[in-house]
Design a protein around this ligand. Structure first.
Ligand code: NAD
Length: 736
């Protein structure tokens, strides 16, 4: 047996230890070879009477991150080949057999009538947790970084190696369903409390505890393989079951609006599986897996949220010939809402921060707001006091630019005013070393124009964070006309250090993300003006796949900000650049009624103290609603997505975005564009340029020129091209 991904040791007591340890990788994942290795190990475990028990563990401080999803592409290729040669039915059978393979190995392991212990060194996700669930006991090392979960749904899949069947047979179906359908990742304490993990021991004692358990339990079998087994949450057909399953169905629809076939497949696999004996239940799961993996939603989500996001995180756009920067200290100027957030995430990454504001008091106020956030996390048990103290100790506040003399990078987040930014940039340049990159977090001012305040324009770049900084995963890096490759490399190294996902875009008003999401919010405003009832606007937007309605979103980012941006656009580009209906609505809200959004508890919603927000009834005075029946529901839903996607196409045409992966990943992480579509560009590609063009033309005629299709789209429609087909190869070649 030539193992490469696993090591196998058998001790003098006949206890075998299979150690998952992929050479040269920081994480273990199930790929073809790892599965083959493990299959050989299980065969030997089953057939060799001298082996009394098996410990499955990892040689790394994480256990296993799940399956290597690129394997699915190979599987798809193989299945398509069979479909061509032997027909659809044979292809379906081959797919079913393929997807059940890993689960079959686990089943063989747990029914060997010999004890198996999962000795969990750290994070175990997806197929990594599923092998643990197939063990007779789960013992975890006390690793604070450990996360356990079945996150397959997040890329449009379902757990396919027994996860949907073992978990609800170990804990209640209700808890299991929640964990799997939301793709939750549990911390160790929670997993222990829920009895997903049996025991937590010091890392040094992990293997010895596992072996001791094996010796004490020579004939272990799973509860579900025992005659008197009862489901922990009670049978499906019981009073409890009748309370749970219909409600689960309703919650599923409320949370997903039926946009996620995998979430539905999880619900079905669990429900139907729990009515069946275990082996049949596994076949049911495999069927639903085979279905989920064949959906366009899974293909789109895997490409954007797994493959592309992974590539961007690894620095796909980084100029390769520039030495990586290690950041010891970063200067953040402006300790307001964004500056404090940026200081927080930087210090969290172990980097020292010099936080500068116009006076000491303002700088200290910024640090105090970080302290408040951390204290809340400590109170909730999410952060250790020592870590809180260490993070705060890394942040030094100052009003003196001289404090920036040793920093490796500066990020500016002062008021959105050209004059203030000019003053701050000049003062900073005089204080920092002569090779340090300067980044602006501006959201509206072109980087090229701000760079003029800095003598070394090649070292000036935009690093645009999204709010709230600690939660939002995306960072938009903006290249000014004169920004050089070193600045790009430094910015990408920084974004990687703080563990966010970067996209690199060229300079334009609103950059990429805000251009698209601005259109979304404006569409909500225009619908209001058309008389669409506000509740209908909010609900239809969510049904279309957006995480929050446009009115809610505008309340969060502030309505006066939308008003200011609209006025600035009008001043720079003229009357015609703004929609008069939107201007009238915003003027009414902001100027006449002082409704600024959540920040003053008055926006499109009311925010009663201690209560739930409700739509503001006064909206009916400004925009009298028409009956809901007078609107075409599907058309309104599509408008939300089309108006964003057409802006993304304009960004491609204007060379603001050059890499389709960035447009897709950026749209999902930056503004929550319907994730099941794979992002703005995948949305268009899946529909086809011709269909999208027709939709844009129809909407232009009916609703106005904001839907006007760019020339590029007509050209692509005529040639039958896709965005990935036309642009992606060239973009990846240029980046390589
Ligand atoms: P803010 O008003 O909360 O903070 C601005 C900070 O800058 C304040 O602490 C202020 O004291 C400080 N400041 C003002 N003049 C200064 C000077 N001369 N020297 C040093 N410090 C000075 O604003 P914010 O929302 O944090 O926005 C900051 C920047 O981030 C803006 O450019 C904004 O466009 C951008 N941005 C904001 C958001 C957002 O959602 N708020 C999102 C992305 C980018």
């Amino acid at each position: 047996m030539a193992l490469s991904e696993f090591k196998l040791d058998i001790d003098t007591d006949g206890i075998a230890t299979a150690t998952f340890d992929m050479p040269g990788k920081s994480m273990n994942v199930w790929n073809e070879k790892a599965i083959a290795d493990f299959s050989d190990i299980v065969d030997q475990f089953v057939s060799d009477a001298a082996i009394k028990g098996l410990v499955v563990t990892s040689g790394k401080d994480s256990f296993c991150a799940g399956a290597d999803l690129t394997m699915l592409a190979l599987m798809k290729h193989r299945v398509e080949g069979i479909a061509r040669q032997k027909g659809e039915q044979a292809a379906k059978r081959a797919l079913f057999e393929d997807v059940g393979r890993l689960g079959g190995i686990f089943r063989k392991m747990e029914t060997a009538k010999k004890p198996v212990v999962a000795a969990i060194t750290g994070t175990a996700l997806g197929g990594g947790l599923e092998v643990c669930l197939a063990a007779h006991r789960r013992i975890a090392a006390d690793n604070p970084k450990t996360k356990l979960g079945l996150p397959e749904v997040k890329v449009g899949l379902i757990p396919g190696a027994g996860g949907t069947q073992r978990l609800p047979r170990m804990i209640s179906a209700q808890d299991a369903l929640q964990i799997v359908i939301q793709g939750q990742e549990l911390r160790l304490e929670k997993a222990l409390a829920m009895k997903i993990v049996d025991e937590v021991v010091p890392a040094k004692k992990l293997i010895e505890t596992a072996k001791a358990w094996i010796k004490a339990n020579p004939t272990a079998s799973q509860p579900w393989d025992q005659d008197k087994f009862k489901l922990p949450g009670g049978p499906v057909y019981s009073a409890g079951g009748m309370q749970m399953w219909p409600a689960a169905n309703a919650i599923y629809r409320r949370e997903t609006y039926d946009n996620y076939p995998a979430a539905k497949a999880i619900l079905q696999a669990m429900y139907e599986g729990l009515l069946m004996p275990f082996d049949l239940a596994l076949r049911i799961e495999a069927r639903y897996f085979a279905y989920a993996v064949s959906t366009p939603e899974a293909a789109a989500m895997i490409r954007s949220l797994f493959v592309s996001m992974g590539e961007l995180n690894k620095g796909a756009r980084r100029p390769a010939d520039i030495k990586p920067t290690k950041f010891k200290s970063v200067g953040v100027i402006g300790a307001g809402f964004m500056g404090a957030g940026i200081a927080h995430v930087t210090a969290k990454a172990g980097i020292d921060v010099i936080l500068v504001d116009r006076d000491q008091e303002s700088a200290d106020k910024g640090k105090a707001s970080i302290q408040k956030t951390l204290d809340e996390q400590v109170m909730k048990g999410r952060l250790k006091m020592d870590d809180r103290n260490a993070l705060l100790a890394r942040i030094t506040t100052s009003a003196d630019y001289a404090a920036l003399s040793g920093v490796d990078l500066v990020v500016e987040a002062v008021f959105e005013s050209r004059d203030v930014k000019k003053d701050v940039t000049e003062k900073t340049e005089a204080a920092i070393r002569r090779n340090v990159v300067f980044a602006s977090n501006t959201s509206t001012l072109p980087i090229t124009s701000l760079a003029k305040n800095f003598k070394r324009q090649k070292d000036f770049i935009g690093i645009h964070f999204f709010s709230p900084v600690d939660k939002m995963l995306l960072v938009e890096i903006i290249m000014g006309k004169k920004t050089g490759p070193k600045a790009l490399a430094v910015a990408l190294d920084y974004v990687k250090a703080i563990k966010k996902t970067p996209i690199v875009v060229n300079d334009t008003r609103g950059f990429f993300a805000n251009r698209c999401v601005g259109n979304y919010v404006r569409e909500g405003h225009i619908m209001l003006a058309e008389g669409v009832p506000p509740a209908m606007i909010e609900t239809l937007a969510k049904m279309a796949g957006m995480p929050v309605g446009p009115l809610s979103l505008n309340d969060e980012v502030a309505i006066d900000l939308a008003w200011k941006i609209l006025q600035a656009t009008k001043a720079d580009l003229g009357e015609k650049a703004v929609d008069p209906r939107q201007e009238k609505l915003l003027e009414e809200m902001v100027i006449k009624r002082g409704r600024l959004g959540r920040k003053n508890a008055m926006g499109f919603y009311d925010y009663p103290k201690g209560g739930k927000k409700t739509l503001w009834p006064g909206l009916a005075e400004i925009c009298p609603p028409k009956p809901a029946e007078s609107f075409d529901r599907d058309e309104l839903m599509k408008r939300f997505l089309v108006v964003q996607a057409v802006e993304a196409v304009r960004c491609v045409e204007e060379v603001v975005v050059t890499d389709m992966r960035e447009a897709d990943v950026g749209s999902i992480l930056g503004f929550g564009f319907a994730p099941f579509t794979g992002g703005v560009i995948s949305y268009v590609d899946q529909m086809g340029a011709e269909n999208f063009l027709a939709l844009c033309e129809y909407y232009t005629k009916k609703y106005g020129k904001r839907f006007k299709p760019p020339k590029l789209l007509a050209e692509m429609a005529a040639k039958g091209e896709t965005f990935y087909g036309r642009f992606q190869q060239a973009a990846q070649k240029a980046a390589a």
